[in-house]
Design a protein around this ligand. Structure first.
Ligand code: C2E
Ligand code: MG
Ligand code: MG
Ligand code: MG
Length: 282
């Protein structure tokens, strides 16, 4: 049985589990057809440097179109894709698409892609990333992966190896939704994150003095660990000002910009040095 296969075994493919039978296979097939028929797309939410006002990058967020033109949000289909294993194909498509439509076209300097635990555990993930970067002549530092604290991820040797392979390519690793799970502090010990994204719930708590004190404590913890800090869910000018006062580097949220298709982003008019193109940072 799949369970006996050990560390490379994905729970999602377990045929012994009665919940994951034919129906999951159908949904996986539907997701595959959706990919082929271009019903899946990416939108990008800008990341602003709150100290300089510059566009520092963008986060890719997946959307799926229904035949009637309405969109299904990732909160609905990503868990299904994870359960069925379709996330592997969707994830690879997302990485490739980000490289092609945002990085190779110089729409942003850095773009981040959300990854699911099963992608990090899949053998060959970092090889795929390296090949895709090379295909588009990109340095690894322009790509970031967001790992959410909101999911169960067993940081075993496979995950640690995968992350260190990615870091060797120069690829950035960001911790997403910090403060929402139980793993954050232990992950900070095990994984060499470049950026920590503080979950928007902490920002919303900043309406009270108690909440602001909590935010300052989190910032000082992350600061002492030398991590870059991004605050998610900035919806007002007041929140942006507060984050600037707190010395946060980056913000993201509806106040900065809503997620938009790549074509809505202008070209930066900025090119990486040709000498650096295609080389991984040593
Ligand atoms: P996330 O990575 O934490 O993404 C942030 C979510 O917050 C996005 O929802 C975004 O649209 C929303 N958001 C951004 N600014 C604001 C704001 O100011 N206020 C509020 N209330 N919300 C804001 P979205 O696009 O529905 O994505 C939900 C989650 O689905 C993401 O959370 C991420 O965990 C997951 N996801 C999205 N795309 C992918 C993907 O390609 N692969 C994987 N594995 N997961 C994905
Ligand atoms: Mg994210
Ligand atoms: Mg997030
Ligand atoms: Mg989130």
């Amino acid at each position: 049985a799949a369970k006996a296969n050990g560390r490379n075994c994905l729970k999602v493919f377990d045929p012994d589990d009665p919940q994951h039978g034919d129906e999951s296979e159908n949904i996986a097939a539907i997701l595959r057809i959706a990919l082929e028929q271009r019903l899946v797309s990416l939108v990008y939410q800008p990341i602003r440097n709150v100290q300089t006002g510059a566009l520092d990058g963008a986060e890719a967020l997946m959307r799926m179109k229904m035949p009637d033109g309405t969109s299904i949000m990732p909160g609905t289909f990503i868990p299904v894709a994870e359960r069925t294993g379709a996330i592997i194909e969707l994830g690879r498509w997302a990485i490739r698409t980000v490289c092609k439509e945002m990085l190779a076209t110089n729409k942003v300097k850095v773009a981040s892609v959300n990854v699911s635990p099963s992608e990090l555990k899949m053998p060959g993930f970092s090889t795929y990333v390296a090949a895709t970067l090379a295909e588009y002549g990109l340095v690894g530092t322009r790509l970031a992966f967001e790992i959410t604290e909101g999911v169960e991820l067993d940081v075993d040797t496979d995950v640690v190896r995968c992350i260190s392979e990615l870091k060797r390519l120069g690829v950035q690793i960001w911790l997403d939704d910090f403060g929402t799970g139980f793993a954050g502090l232990s992950w900070l010990r095990m994984i060499d994150f470049d950026t920590v994204k503080i979950d928007r719930s902490f920002l919303h708590d900043c309406e009270t003095e108690r909440g602001r004190r909590m935010m300052r404590d989190i910032i000082s913890l992350l600061r002492h660990r030398g991590l870059r800090i991004l605050v998610e869910g900035v919806e007002t000018e007041e929140q942006e000002t507060l984050m600037r006062q707190y010395g946060i580097e980056q913000i993201q949220g509806y106040h900065v910009g809503r997620p938009e298709p790549a074509r809505r982003f202008g070209n930066l008019g900025w090119l990486p040095s040709p000498a650096a193109a295609g080389l991984s940072s040593a």
